[in-house]
Design a protein around this ligand. Structure first.
Ligand code: ZN
Length: 624
């Protein structure tokens, strides 16, 4: 794991700023008459008063309220639940833990399970020992083990572990709730991995397929197999918990790596022995109805599973989650990627897509037309599917026939008639579209326009009175027109059918739980970034901090940034054989188009995202 010192954050609570370097097992002296044994809430309350965090009055009120009754709660949990406040900040259990760490001059640690090598730390002490001492090992280095505790004065065990592990013990202070929760999680996971490894090795020495055969029988799974089942269940629960959009199982030379994509960024979660990864892949393929024995050809599959209870996802506990599976043989074995389709993120209300009111109205007006082609452009992972599904869903009433040709169908939506492209059967987008035209459609969605044949079919559909949606991979809205021309579509057909192009990107949004005002980003600095435009309206930017809710990244979730080109009469005239993209862009701007970068900086001004994020996600504006 990473250095504990680097994870120390400044606490909102003041007290003595003293040194916070990781030190040896015992907290340094300095506080006179250091207590021994477990923390006592009376003692902590006195310290809070001494440090000026709690007034005498509040302390006395609390003493009366708690009375003399004993409580099994940890002192920090008990005080943290008392509703104390300081300077407008709640003194909850986490804040008190940070404060305590400073008070006793030990590093504070918010345990990040993604950064802990669970297999190694579980070897430091047994589960029983950890539970009894209420401590949790969180890191193992060559010369030291890092152990999290909420009891800085209950350290009689330190010598024991130092001699047993032949390493120095570094104490860090962590939230008692986290210590308890992760103790069971880490040890369960470590046991599951060990069991899986055992059964994996047995199978490897005998025959790997035996393990698979065991899994195929619908009878009660035996103990060996249970390990694999547990690891896979843990993996999913963990991925949903962390809001992962993709789960990667990657065989490497020595180990298998498990990675999650969260808000667009990959994180390595865990390393497992290859035997374990093979067993996990086999189990997942089995559940996805794929050919388990075939490991040398790419395969696709789907799994529907329930979001486990307790998964942190507002309002959708126990909801069904669909995953699309795909395998690919690589140099070191079979790589498996699971894409998680959370229906709530794939289909939103049009209002939730994040359009500005200006573009929201223009989009509503555009999709209300009876015929023409509307294109959505942007790189892979820019949210095009969400925009299209959400828009189609808003149009799909009983009175219209909404048909799609997709590759692949990302989510089954009962309100649409969806068709999957099947290359093996010679059913590409163009053929699918041709067949679909005989199905009396009103609104059509073609997954992507990749070739002239598909473009011609889409134009045919638009000319015969249908509303056609599709996507293209282009950098901005105006470039979509160039792309169609490059495919070989005559300009007069483009200007006759394309009624609008929406370019989009996703920017990470600031975590609402921890963001703070950014005084350095001003109207002037934003104006410089959006030249030749200027920011209108209020400018109230925020910057990221990092907290438990956002895995210390400062960001949580993403928002769409849009650039909407509506083809007016003037813009249409700019589409001709000598095609002038600069003239088209200029005209589009006159007609109300705001470029992606400007759309992004508007979100910065609203405090939804940051300048860095927008610069990363959007191309610079250019008229040429
Ligand atoms: Zn946060």
């Amino acid at each position: 794991m990473t250095s504990t010192a680097s994870r120390h954050r400044s606490a909102g609570a003041p007290a003595s700023p003293g040194p916070t370097q990781a030190s040896s097992g015992e907290p340094p002296a300095g506080t006179p008459a250091r207590p021994r044994g477990r923390l006592d809430w009376h003692q902590l309350l006195r310290w809070l008063v001494d440090d000026g965090l709690v007034s005498d009055d509040d302390a006395q009120r609390l003493v009366r309220r708690f009375g003399s009754g004993a409580s099994s709660l940890h002192a920090l949990v008990r005080l943290g639940g008392a509703g104390l406040q300081h300077d407008g900040r709640a003194l909850d259990c986490e804040a008190l833990t940070e404060w305590l760490a400073r008070r006793v001059q030990l590093p504070y640690l918010r345990i990040d399970p993604l950064k802990v090598d669970v297999g190694r730390v579980a070897e430091v002490m047994s589960l029983q020992y950890a539970e009894m001492r209420k401590v949790l090992p969180v890191g193992v280095a060559a010369d030291a083990v890092t152990v999290a505790t909420s009891e800085p004065f209950d350290t009689a065990w330190v010598a024991e572990i130092e001699s047993h592990s032949r390493r120095r013990v570094k104490l860090v202070i962590a939230n008692p709730d986290d210590v308890a929760r992760y103790t069971s999680e880490f040890y369960n996971l470590a046991r599951s991995v060990r069991n899986a490894q055992k059964s994996g090795e047995t199978a490897a020495t005998a025959s790997f397929e035996q393990l698979v055969e065991l899994g195929k029988t619908n009878k009660q799974l035996d103990a060996n197999d249970q390990g694999v089942v547990q690891v896979v269940d843990w993996l999913w629960q963990y991925a949903f918990d962390q809001r992962a959009s993709d789960i990667h199982l990657e065989p490497r030379r020595e180990m298998g790596a498990i990675r999650f994509r969260i808000d667009g960024v990959l994180h390595t979660v865990y390393q497992v022995p290859l035997t374990v990864m093979n067993a996990m892949t086999a189990r997942i393929k089995l559940l996805g109805r794929m050919d388990v024995v075939e490991r040398r050809r790419p395969q696709d599959g789907r799994i529907k599973t329930k979001r486990p209870d307790g998964a942190e996802c507002a309002g959708s506990i126990g909801a069904e989650v669909e995953m699309r599976l795909s395998t690919l043989p690589t140099a070191f074995g079979e790589k498996l990627v699971m894409r998680v389709f959370d229906p709530e993120t794939v289909v939103k209300s049009v209002e939730a897509l994040g359009f500005s009111s200006h573009d929201g109205e223009r989009w509503a007006q555009l999709i209300g037309r009876s015929h023409g082609i509307i294109l959505v452009t942007g790189p892979t992972g820019s949210g095009k599917t969400t925009t299209l599904y959400s828009t189609l869903k808003s149009l799909a009433t009983d009175a219209v026939n909404v048909c799609t040709v997709e590759d692949p169908i990302e989510m089954i939506e009962p309100a649409f008639n969806q068709t999957q492209v099947q290359a093996a059967l010679d059913m590409g987008f163009a053929e699918g579209l041709r067949a679909l035209m005989r199905q009396d459609p009103d609104i059509i969605m073609v997954g992507e326009i990749r070739d002239l044949a598909t473009a011609e079919m889409a134009i045919q559909a638009a000319l015969t009175g249908h509303l056609v949606f599709s996507t293209l991979h282009t950098n901005d809205a105006a470039a979509a027109i160039t792309r169609l021309a490059d495919l070989g579509v005559p300009p007069y057909l483009i200007s006759a059918t394309v009624i609008g192009v929406l370019a989009q990107r996703l920017a990470r949004t600031l975590c609402a739980a921890c963001k703070v005002r950014d005084e350095d980003t001003t109207r002037e600095s934003l104006d410089t970034l959006v030249r030749p435009w200027r920011m209108s309206g209020g400018v109230r930017p925020y910057k990221p901090v990092g907290c438990l809710a956002c895995r210390q990244t400062g960001y949580r979730g993403r928002v769409g940034l849009y650039e909407l080109l509506v083809m007016g009469d003037e813009a249409r005239r700019a589409v001709h054989p000598a095609h002038d993209i600069a003239a088209l862009r200029r005209q589009a701007v006159k007609d109300g188009m705001r470029p992606l970068r400007l759309a992004g900086m508007m979100k910065v001004a609203e405090g939804q995202t940051t300048v860095d994020e927008v610069l990363r996600a959007t191309p610079a504006w250019s008229e040429s």
